[in-house]
Design a protein around this ligand. Structure first.
Ligand SMILES: *[C@@H]1O[C@H](CO)[C@@H](O)[C@H](O)[C@H]1NC(C)=O
Ligand SMILES: *[C@@H]1O[C@H](CO)[C@@H](O)[C@H](O)[C@H]1NC(C)=O
Ligand SMILES: *[C@@H]1O[C@H](CO)[C@@H](O)[C@H](O)[C@H]1NC(C)=O
Ligand SMILES: *[C@@H]1O[C@H](CO)[C@@H](O)[C@H](O)[C@H]1NC(C)=O
Ligand SMILES: *[C@@H]1O[C@H](CO)[C@@H](O)[C@H](O)[C@H]1NC(C)=O
Ligand SMILES: *[C@@H]1O[C@H](CO)[C@@H](O)[C@H](O)[C@H]1NC(C)=O
Ligand SMILES: *[C@@H]1O[C@H](CO)[C@@H](O)[C@H](O)[C@H]1NC(C)=O
Ligand SMILES: *[C@@H]1O[C@H](CO)[C@@H](O)[C@H](O)[C@H]1NC(C)=O
Ligand SMILES: *[C@@H]1O[C@H](CO)[C@@H](O)[C@H](O)[C@H]1NC(C)=O
Length: 527
């Protein structure tokens, strides 16, 4: 075991670079995961606790690499697809071909499952499925405006859940914060033996990880793209009203797009205006809220519909199935609802959803968030602010906030600065969509204001992050940035190229990026 020396500051706007031995080079070997291009895997050792300078305890990180398809490689680009809690290695392997095409094909693409996720310090609140099933709360995990008792039920359910998480996870819950994950990435950067700089493309929560690593280590940054940007101030401090603040507009625009394609969108029915259609959908949601329905043995209730809306607005490829399912509910055709729901399910996993198999989304978020409250009364103003941030999504976010308000664990390290006046070696590129239901483009402008010379590219379309709807213009901007370090102009706007309900996907545009879809492989793991 190689002993390491760490030099590091807990306070101050930026953290000092890690001092670390470079002898820990990486031994790439075969992977058990399947990919759309050949992939390599490796195990890599990092310190378990960066704040404990006397400890020699370590953590194994599992890495995945998609080697550059063109040579010579211009270095590595790291990825994070969000959540927190989305498994990075499987996501990267599954999208290897697309991401090589979008970045130009001259980089190795690297994925690390962050702390708390997959096999890396897995964050679980229950010892096993039996314990989980027997503890499952009967009520209150739903949406805070689902009934007039929901806020109280949510509060108390999360109190019990938080205690259970602390009991089961123990110290691990303090070791999964984003600042440690940022340090892990730089350990890998060092061991790669390239130029010692991080190249990175993060989506959704990946933008929070990105904003954190950028702000802690600005002079270690090469090209960094933050795509579908979270307001980093709000993530760390409390309620996050900005996140869903464009969701209502996105939902209305989805309905407008449906009416514009009546032959391909069954939901258009015989409606002539978006307002009419929207009003009838709200009436349906409200009816089902008070009188849930049964379809072939399953219950469809308020949260069922709200959850479907939430995930369906993430990607334009979901629109046809979503429209079909909504229409089934609207015209009381259970078969049509089930058909639509099945179409949606068939699109996972190729379309990013943010689902996670473990409890890491809660563990990472709440251990990072510095927001604690001792009673529900104290939280009510924040809950109401969130509910009013979006009619369609707003009563979704108080659930996590009330969990964090009573969380028992805190990350051992937080980024201590204010995300202001951060001057990186290469300016940061941010991407925001006009109709992003989960991360309003306001987040991109907010984070950009603290990063000197950074640029926000607006993608004028739907979806959560730029992969939500294909845009050749954005693809070219991303490629130009990674290949040549050239940013788009300030105020740049990119049109999208896949019309909603057109049946086209990203793959249809790969040839225009010089990539031939017939070369997409199904590479089987070697386990
Ligand atoms: C890889 O693909 C094979 C065949 O499709 C499948 O059986 C296996 O479960 C997959 N492995 C993983 C890790 O996804
Ligand atoms: C990494 O370690 C795990 C667990 O010991 C092992 O199963 C896997 O094969 C290792 N991967 C590589 C690429 O060495
Ligand atoms: C870690 O340190 C402890 C006590 O300081 C020592 O007993 C142990 O051998 C060390 N472990 C490793 C892997 O170096
Ligand atoms: C903490 O994480 C380590 C490493 O993944 C694991 O071996 C250990 O069981 C975990 N502890 C708890 C209490 O979950
Ligand atoms: C599940 O975990 C509980 C609590 O640790 C334990 O008592 C029980 O034996 C476990 N059950 C199974 C099936 O592993
Ligand atoms: C069309 O509208 C009428 C009422 O204006 C309604 O009765 C009928 O069910 C609608 N048809 C469809 C296919 O939605
Ligand atoms: C219900 O939906 C199915 C599937 O889309 C369709 O085939 C059927 O005609 C619909 N039934 C009615 C009564 O409209
Ligand atoms: C909460 O639900 C009630 C009853 O369905 C509705 O009237 C009200 O507008 C909702 N509040 C918000 C903020 O959406
Ligand atoms: C960014 O967001 C934070 C938190 O909402 C806010 O305090 C700050 O004023 C915003 N900055 C800009 C430039 O909008």
């Amino acid at each position: 075991m190689v002993s390491k020396v760490f030099l590091f500051l807990l306070t101050g706007a930026t953290a000092s670079p890690l001092l670390q031995s470079r002898t820990n080079s990486i031994n790439w070997g075969p992977c058990s995961l399947n990919g759309t291009l050949p992939i390599d895997c490796a195990n890599f050792t990092v310190p378990l606790d960066y704040t404990d300078l006397t400890s020699n305890r370590t953590l194994n990180l599992e890495l995945l690499r998609v080697p550059a398809v063109n040579s010579p490689s211009k270095g590595s680009i790291f990825f994070n697809f969000g959540g927190p809690g989305v498994e990075v290695r499987t996501s990267l392997a599954g999208r290897a071909y697309l991401l090589q095409a979008l970045t130009g094909g001259y980089h190795d693409l690297i994925g690390i499952d962050p702390r708390g996720t997959a096999d890396t310090l897995t964050f679980q609140c229950y010892a096993n499925d039996t314990e989980k099933a027997s503890a499952a709360p009967a009520t209150g995990t739903g949406l805070t405006n689902s009934s007039d008792i929901a806020k109280g039920a949510t509060w108390i359910t999360n109190k019990v859940f938080g205690k259970q998480c602390a009991k089961n996870a123990g110290e691990n819950g303090t070791l999964i914060g984003t600042a440690f994950t940022a340090r892990d990435m730089l350990q890998v950067v060092d061991a790669l033996g390239e130029d010692g700089l991080l190249r990175y493309w993060g989506f959704s929560y990946g933008t929070l990880l990105g904003a954190t690593v950028v702000s802690m280590f600005p002079d270690r940054m090469d090209k960094v793209i933050l795509d579908g940007v979270m307001n980093a101030h709000q993530y760390y401090s409390g309620p996050e009203p900005e996140a869903f603040s464009d969701a209502d507009m996105a939902f209305s625009a989805f309905l407008g797009a449906c009416l514009a394609s009546p032959n391909d969108c069954v939901l258009a029915g015989n409606k002539t205006s978006t307002q009419d259609l929207e009003a009838s959908i709200w009436k349906m949601i409200n009816d089902i809220k008070y009188q849930p329905i049964e379809i072939e043995g399953s219950i469809v209730e308020y949260i069922t519909i709200k959850s479907m809306i939430r995930s369906s607005l993430y990607n334009v490829e979901k629109f046809p199935g979503f429209a079909k399912a909504l229409n089934g509910l609207l015209v009381n055709n259970g078969t049509q609802y089930l058909e639509g729901a099945a179409e949606l399910a068939a699109l996972n996993p190729p379309v990013l959803t943010g689902d996670s198999a473990d409890d890491s989304p809660y563990g990472i978020h709440c251990s990072d968030k510095r927001y604690r409250r001792s009673s529900l009364e104290e939280m009510i103003p924040d809950i109401e602010m969130l509910e009013y941030s979006s009619k369609i999504m707003g009563d979704n976010s108080p659930v996590l906030l009330s969990m964090c308000a009573q969380w028992k664990m805190s990350a051992k390290e937080h980024y201590e600065g204010d995300f202001q006046n951060i001057r990186t070696k290469t300016p940061v590129m941010l991407i925001g969509n006009t109709f992003d239901s989960a991360t309003s483009i306001k987040g991109a402008f907010n984070v950009s204001s603290g990063f000197v010379d950074s640029v926000v590219l607006r993608q004028d379309g739907f979806g959560h992050g730029s992969l939500g709807q294909a845009s050749l213009c954005t693809a070219k901007a991303v490629k130009t940035y990674f290949m040549d370090g050239v940013l788009p102009a300030q105020g740049a706007v990119c049109a999208v190229d896949v019309a909603p309900f057109s049946g086209k996907t990203f793959d249809d545009f790969l040839p225009e990026l010089g990539f031939d879809t017939s070369k997409i492989l199904e590479v089987k793991g070697t386990e």
